[in-house]
Design a protein. Structure first.
Length: 142
């Protein structure tokens, strides 16, 4: 069952500029899709594993713009304050500029979370994870 949000009623498309050491891209991203899939549809190779917002394989930095990252299984305000986002769980709310180094950004975000002890906070005793995977927004099977 999908969860309908008021802003899901009207999809908008935003322009995303992606800066990486191996090149720069500009692509269109609809507001009702996670950024990872807009990148894949644009032919941009990018790492991902869980597609649920916890493994950090798709980590990127938000240089400018806004996203809704509420679908990520692990999500902390400190991540956003440090400029990190997870492409598999973030949908665009504005035009934006992203920066990603597929060899370094995941390590940097992991280091950031270790520094704040967020990895331990992600799995407190007794907490069930609401698993979701893939393009469907709001889907949960856990
Ligand atoms: S693919 Fe795992 S956090 Fe995005």
């Amino acid at each position: 069952m999908s969860v309908e949000r008021p802003d899901d009623l009207e999809s908008r498309t935003f322009t995303v500029q992606l800066e990486r050491p191996d090149g720069n891209w500009t692509f269109q991203a609809p507001s009702d899709e996670y950024l990872l899939y807009a990148m894949i549809d644009a032919g941009i190779e990018t790492p991902f594993i869980c597609e649920q917002g916890w493994c950090l394989a798709c980590a990127a930095r938000l240089v400018s713009g806004k996203v809704d990252d509420s679908a990520a299984l692990t999500r902390y305000p400190e991540d956003g304050q440090a400029g990190f986002l997870l492409l598999c769980s973030a949908r665009p709310l504005t035009d934006m500029v992203l920066r990603q180094d597929i060899h370094e950004t995941r390590r940097e975000m992991t280091q950031h979370r270790i520094g704040l002890n967020q990895l331990a906070r992600a799995y407190p005793p007794g907490k069930r994870a609401g698993f979701r995977r893939g393009r469907r927004m709001g889907a949960s099977t856990g």
